[in-house]
Write a protein that binds this ligand. Sequence first.
Ligand SMILES: *Cc1c(COP(=O)(O)O)cnc(C)c1O
Length: 875
Amino acid sequence: MKAIRRFTVRTVLPEELAALGRLAANLRWAWHVPTREVFAAVDPALWEAVDHDPLRLLGEVGAERLAELAADEAFRARLRAAADDLDGYLTEPRWYQGLPRDTGAEPPAAIAYFSAEYGLTAALPQYSGGLGILAGDHLKSASDLGVPLIGVGLLYRHGYFSQSLSPEGWQLEEYPELDPRGLPVTRLRHPDGAPAEVRIGLPGDRGLTAHVWVARVGRVPLLLLDADHEANDAELRRVTDRLYGGGTEHRLRQELLLGIGGLRAVRAYCALTGHPAPEVFHMNEGHAGFLGLERVREYVTGDGLTFEQAVEATRAGTVFTTHTPVPAGIDRFPRELVQRHFADDGTVEGLPPDQVMALGTENYEGGDPNVFNMAVMGMRLAQRVNGVSRLHGAVSREMFRGLWPGFDADEVPITSITNGVHARTWVAEEAQELARRMVADSDEFERPEGWRKVTGADERDLWEMRRTLRRRLVEDARRRLRRSWRRRGASHAELGWIDDVLDPDVLTIGFARRVPSYKRLTLMLRDRERLRRLLLHPERPVQIVISGKAHPADEGGKRLIQEIVRFADDPAVRHRVVFLPDYDMAVARSLVQGSDVWLNNPLRPLEACGTSGMKVALNGGLNLSVRDGWWDEWFDGSNGWAIPTADNVADPDRRDDLEAAALYSLIEEQVAPLFYDHDEGGLPKRWLEMVKHTLVSLGPKVLATRMVRDYVRELYQGAADSSRSLAADGLAGVRELAAWKQRVVQAWPGVHVEHVEAAGTADPPQAGDELDVRATLVLGDLDPADVRVEAALGRVGPEDELVDPSLVRLEPVAQEAPDGPLVRYAGRIPLHRAGAFGYTVRVLPDHPLLRHPAELGLIVAPEPPGEMRDGAVLR
Ligand SMILES: *Cc1c(COP(=O)(O)O)cnc(C)c1O
């Protein structure tokens, strides 16, 4: 029998145990140890069997056991305590509620956060990798901080995929069907009980209707749209079948549903629950870009704005986060496909198709005129754009500078907020317990002093904790390996060797990731003989636990997995290297907790941030990584190891050889000797020193609560402020800004720098002196109030550019008789140091409602040299 539709019957709990249902319905159980302990106590063996999933537990536990628990006073007391704790967590004021409110900068009433995937718990498999895990950690931390976030995503009926291996080590994919009624989600309903639904238009007068499910992530509601709705035909019901599956049009439909349907779901949710309307909209990567278009439509049809005005209003309240420096990772659609969806009878009625198309057009050098780029649209519809680590911010400014022509990369308005991880999700209970013993108030973990207290723990306890976690990883790995080999066709009798796989006292290296080529899964296999020697070293062996999924369409990635699996299948080394199939949050937890060392060897700078190494650091593990993403920023020379890179070697094979050799040497000469250097008491003192230093130096930084606070302070608050100043007085600012921009764009070709000169008070100028810069400009139809004129002074770089210039604003010089169309500007730049300098003058648009001078991508500088009289270098 094929095409079985699954359904789930929920248990009726005795009244005394009703709180169990409430606890299971809020995903806070996923990171709250006492709540998990209550569920474990319901039936410890069953709790293991259902992979720590409370709904499955409650679905399978027998009525007798429930009756027993209902009569068990001690259990009921624990249950009550957990339920009271949840109530307190959901209602008490938290960090956000304590933000100052009297300074005129009221924090945003709510923030809507849109993401194509969410990794919250293995029991809600709606993620493929880092992007989703990050979104999950963002929601959980927002909840912990009391940030009024509403999450928006899709409910995929088959999630991503689950991975197993063929006997030959080839990745096999399965797509088990998920029944939403068996997941920790409920329907959004109208007061009369009717389920809420949203509908979006599709070409050919078709519509796509979706259910709205709500997952409770602590205080944060997560709305999940599900196209498997009776109103849709069979094809459209499959729109939300799989994450990142299907063809281009399928993907486009998913993103239309996420962005447009998602905003409609937010509107419905706020109307039905009284939740305040979001003032800020956060697009987590380009998949969510259509959200901006739907907001534009709201302003056009609801407030009577023009398209240009509506874009300004939308931009002010929108934050866009880019997550990949890999051009192939950017979401792009064939132009004509998108065009078809926004043509006359299109998806978002009321928007001019040409202007919609212009938003996603790559009309810059190196751009492809035939594609519609979701990240580009996201950036055009968001006033605030950020990358996810300092290095990634710089790489993104370079990568997207075409959108701000005329500006140097370092002036491109893309900032960065480095990702973080949700500690309570990723840190082992034993490690949390050890930390709690040393630090009473969990707020202290936001500061290094709090972590310093943690490292005051007895070294013996710290090492015992590490050994416990390593032993648990070893046991978990054996269990998973056995399961994997059974599926690969081995009989129990052949698998006795698995009992001796891995050693709880051997230095354990963890390595787990998705398998795009830039992550270089197989770099460690570059010199197999050398790797074998490391694994089998008589005194200082290492063991490696590996896990990872390749995208189902990525044959190359699957080949890499097969290479690793085959290497690990070799009886000579199979006790020291294992591949665990089906990398998910459960495997990840086990690995990041139990590994002594976390290996990461991406091709720099293609890892935007990476977060798994942060999870390891919080568990007392050490990082061994290429200086990419977050590690480039926070490696301090003694909180782990940096694998030297051969960035400037053009031949990729040679680069891999060099970097692999550096990796082997580090393990051989530094990592392993440190790990095995025990004192008389059996403690690896110097290793533990490094662990402590890791905790103090990284602990406060890698927390997702730090990240969410940064988002609130640096982006959400500003977006709310910008949005409010544009919205005041019936959107007067929107109209003004849009009209001004239009005028400036039209008049800009008439702006010129006629003449620039500079003189010091002495000749030649001396350090300590000031350079008196004068410029004569033609402003055409613009007024001095429309522009800012700046002089830039700096050293001259190899390409005749100014390096790290200091900028000084020039002011119009009052004149008795205006000099025809010429306007004169002057200002003084202090000369702090001696040396050879260059200077130049530039003109930028300026308006109080403009957030960044580069926003319009307009700049005028004088025509190159020749014009300069006094020998100063001009760019
Ligand atoms: C943390 C985590 C990631 C992110 O890993 P990076 O390789 O560091 O980006 C991916 N998948 C899972 C399951 C994770 O837990």
